[in-house]
Design a protein around this ligand. Structure first.
Ligand code: AMP
Length: 395
């Protein structure tokens, strides 16, 4: 696996695909610079070697040139984070860019305009990718969040760099973290899967069963499993067409020696509302008109024990409706358990889908070993897929 540390960038231009798809407010100010900060080590390495960095990214989902999606809005924030005044060119191909590249000096950073102003980016257009490839001597992919897309700048462009291509620090860290969980893990390995639906996690479960010792299930998908086993779940979220599948997962897990842990109690509510009436009941005895929206304290206690016996922990998906305070306690308790286990030496990885939002909201982001920056990319990796953006560098 080639990374930026295998290259010396002196007098070289690094064409770096970053993920600067950051949130902006109504005044076009960056409200969360996490993604820019995450790309900083790679950019700094290039500059410190005595090279120049050409940054390319997408922002939002523009239909052609749309001012609101221009990367000009983030130039000041990028400059502030990197500590260098970043230059900007309002296109990503063509003469304007080639002029800007020609005058770009070592130690300087140039940000190109939003790649998705051209539909060729998402279409993985060859000619467009070849145009982009002119802007650097070495291609660096540091955008994990788009590594599952075979777009021009994330995948196709790599073929124009033969062996002059590598992973940036961030992407390398993502690959190493997932490898630590799936392939080079310390046992026992625990996977915690929460979130709303079984259907969106089924491929993940099937792929990881061979690699884990314990599977902890929480969140809305709990109730498909409980109903499949004959429990009463009232009005809880349930995928009735997945009941057989739930039983199949349980029997496959048993065959493979994976211990499955479902919640034993639930906080139920008479409405999907923060101020609804609530009760604490056994998870398989939920009355009609009530729905399970969080795990109960007995479940949290059992989960705490399992988490603390584990040496490797993967967490994907909240244990309850964490967006509503009344139903956030189970997810917070799990975060605290993982925090404790991590302090005691376990490796913990959080990622995939929306999990990162929960972890950030409750302040656990710097308490786990690694928080993935790519929702969809992480999910597809957990599903066992080889991501095109990663394959393109390895080829
Ligand atoms: P996912 O994107 O699949 O990880 O699902 C996350 C969503 O699942 C969050 O928005 C949670 O509010 C929701 N969720 C978690 N537990 C439940 C539950 N018991 N009932 C309904 N939705 C839930």
């Amino acid at each position: 696996m080639k990374t930026i540390h295998d290259f010396n960038f002196q007098n070289k231009k690094a064409l770096i695909r970053v993920d600067f798809n950051v949130p902006l407010n109504d005044h076009f100010e960056v409200t969360d610079a996490t993604r820019i900060e995450a790309a900083k080590p790679t950019i700094i390495k290039v500059l410190e070697d005595g090279g120049a960095a050409v940054l390319m990214s997408h922002l939002g989902r523009p239909q052609g040139f749309e001012d609101q999606y221009s990367l000009k809005h983030i130039v000041e924030k990028v400059s502030e984070v990197i500590g260098v005044q970043v230059k900007f060119v309002d296109d990503c191909i063509g003469e304007k860019v080639s002029d800007a590249i020609e005058t770009l000096e070592n130690g300087e950073v140039l940000l190109l305009e939003n790649l998705r102003f051209y539909s060729e980016e998402k279409n993985g257009d060859l000619a467009f990718a070849e145009d982009l490839s002119q802007w650097g001597d070495i291609y660096v992919n540091d955008a994990f969040g788009t590594a599952h897309r075979a777009h021009a700048s994330t995948t196709i462009v790599a073929r124009y760099f033969s062996d002059k291509k590598c992973f940036g620090d961030l992407l390398a860290k993502e690959i190493e973290s997932i490898d630590k969980v799936l392939n080079n893990s310390q046992k026992p390995v625990l996977a915690i899967l929460g979130g709303a639906k079984v259907s969106s996690k089924i491929t993940v479960i099937e792929n990881i069963l061979d690699k884990i010792d314990h599977l902890l299930i929480g969140g809305g998908m709990t109730f498909t499993f409980i109903k499949a086993q004959g429990g009463t779940i009232g009005n809880s979220i349930c995928e009735d067409d997945k009941l057989d599948l739930a039983l199949e997962i349980l029997s496959k897990a048993k065959e493979k020696g994976v211990q499955v842990h479902l919640p034993v109690d639930a906080i139920i509510a008479d409405a999907f509302d923060n101020n609804a009436n609530t009760q604490l009941v056994n998870v398989d005895q939920i009355p009609e008109g009530w729905q399970g929206l969080d795990v109960g304290p007995k479940s949290s206690e059992i989960f705490d024990e399992i988490v603390n016996q584990s040496k490797t922990i993967l967490w994907n998906g909240p244990l309850g409706v964490f967006e509503l305070e009344t139903f956030s306690k189970g997810t917070i308790a799990l975060g605290e358990s993982i925090d404790k286990a991590t302090k005691n030496g376990a490796f913990s990885l959080v990622g995939g889908g929306d999990s990162v939002a929960a972890v950030k909201q409750f302040g656990f982001a710097d308490k786990v070993s690694y928080v993935s920056t790519g929702g969809g990319a992480m999910l597809e990796t957990l599903e066992g897929k080889t991501l095109p953006g990663i394959e393109a560098i390895l080829k």
